[in-house]
Ligand binder design. Structure first.
Ligand SMILES: NC(=O)c1ccc[n+]([C@@H]2O[C@H](COP(=O)([O-])OP(=O)(O)OC[C@H]3O[C@@H](n4cnc5c(N)ncnc54)[C@H](O)[C@@H]3O)[C@@H](O)[C@H]2O)c1
Length: 346
């Protein structure tokens, strides 16, 4: 299958492109490259790609593909809160425009990276895909709007599917230090402390980046009738953990580390436990990675590749990195690259 992977130079895209290629797909990327150089260790082998802003994609750039896997986004809650209007512009409007153009170009499948954050403050019960959506950040709201608008485009020639991923963890050459497990392991490796800023009680369903990649690969070739216009929670009930439980797994993985619960940020209102049975039943997807195994992997990779404090707090944390790109004139205030045309990469 010819697959266009947007966001191929991000944390998840860098893990996903080799998985899709190993499954036999012909993969091309599309990314504005915010984090292209934010690599820990050896540079990954990216698929051929276009360096282009999602907001400027043309129908010609989408023709000839059987599927679009759409990951490109301003991807997390703090980023969205910093600049809500840019989050809506990129994550919502440009994503819906991409889906419309893909449909017009004859692309058959559109796989969208949504998030379990759409459930917001859901309490202690397990949420299924039918649960009310209560997004509490612009980031999560933007994901709900895309699901609604792109679902409305579904017809006999265009099948969108919405993968509501749990919070990711695990090593990617394009590392992210601002997601909970990656953050706790990195901080502990650098300082000896497993520092929990909340009171530790919120539920956080987690899923390994490679399991997310497998879920997308599974959806790409699943029978159309099993996925058409559906949403699937992506993760495993085994990884529905509280922040305190996640921290305990980190203490076990990082030799000599000790737990420190500061509670200074209070309880983050996001809290949800998720039911992942629909993806198991409809497409046979099962997430394999546990949190203890992921914590051990992260510690091993951080140590082997020489993670430094400067990288951990800046290059691999999205907000300060984007601020730096703006301050140095690489990006303008709307997060557009200054003075560049679309170019081919790799
Ligand atoms: N990482 C997680 O925990 C998680 C969980 C659930 C859902 N998701 C979703 O998965 C997707 C990928 O997440 P990630 O963690 O790899 O994020 P990331 O921030 O590491 O990567 C996003 C990529 O999108 C690109 N991008 C952003 N704006 C763009 C634009 N205007 N034009 C072109 N490219 C642009 C960036 O350059 C980057 O390479 C996102 O849609 C995110 O919302 C991520």
């Amino acid at each position: 299958m010819r697959v266009l992977l947007t966001g191929h130079q991000g944390y998840l895209g860098t893990v996903m492109s080799p998985v899709l290629r190993a499954a036999g797909h012909d993969v091309a990327g599309l990314d504005s490259g915010f984090f292209a150089d934010c690599v820990l260790g050896a540079f990954p082998g990216d698929p051929p790609g276009l360096s282009v802003d999602l907001r400027d994609v043309t129908i010609e750039q989408l023709s000839g593909f059987d599927a679009v896997v759409h990951l490109a986004a301003l991807s997390n809650d703090p980023l969205g809160a910093l600049a809500p209007e840019i989050t809506y512009d990129i994550n919502h409007h440009a994503s819906v425009r991409l889906a419309r153009l893909a449909k017009a170009a004859g692309v058959r499948r559109f796989l969208y990276a949504s998030t379990c954050s759409v459930y917001g403050a859901a309490g202690d019960g397990l949420v299924t895909e039918d649960a009310p959506l209560r997004p509490i950040t612009p980031y999560a709201e933007s994901k709900v709007r895309v699901e609604d608008d792109v679902a409305a485009l579904a017809d006999s020639g265009f099948s969108p599917v919405f993968l509501r991923n749990a919070t990711a963890f695990g090593f990617s050459p394009r590392l992210r230090a601002d997601i909970v497990l990656n953050n706790l392991v990195g901080y502990a490796a650098l300082t000896g402390e497993v520092k929990v800023l909340s009171d530790g009680t919120p539920w956080r369903p987690l899923v390994h980046a490679r399991d997310i990649a497998t879920a997308f690969a599974t959806c790409l070739t699943a029978p159309i009738e099993a996925i058409h216009a559906r949403a699937f929670n992506i993760g495993t009930e085994e990884n529905n953990l509280t922040v305190a439980e996640i921290a305990q797994a980190v203490v076990a993985a990082v030799p000599g580390s000790r737990l420190l619960v500061t509670g200074e940020n209070g309880a983050d209102p996001r809290s949800y436990r998720v039911d992942f049975s629909a993806a198991r039943e409809a497409i046979g997807f099962r997430a394999e990675w546990t949190v203890p195994a992921g914590a051990a992997e992260l510690y091993r990779e951080y140590t082997a590749r020489g993670l430094t404090s400067a990288d951990f707090f800046h290059r691999f944390t999205r907000l300060p990195h984007l601020r730096e790109l703006c301050d140095s004139g690489v990006l303008d205030a709307a997060l557009r690259r200054v003075g560049t045309e679309a170019t081919a990469t790799a």
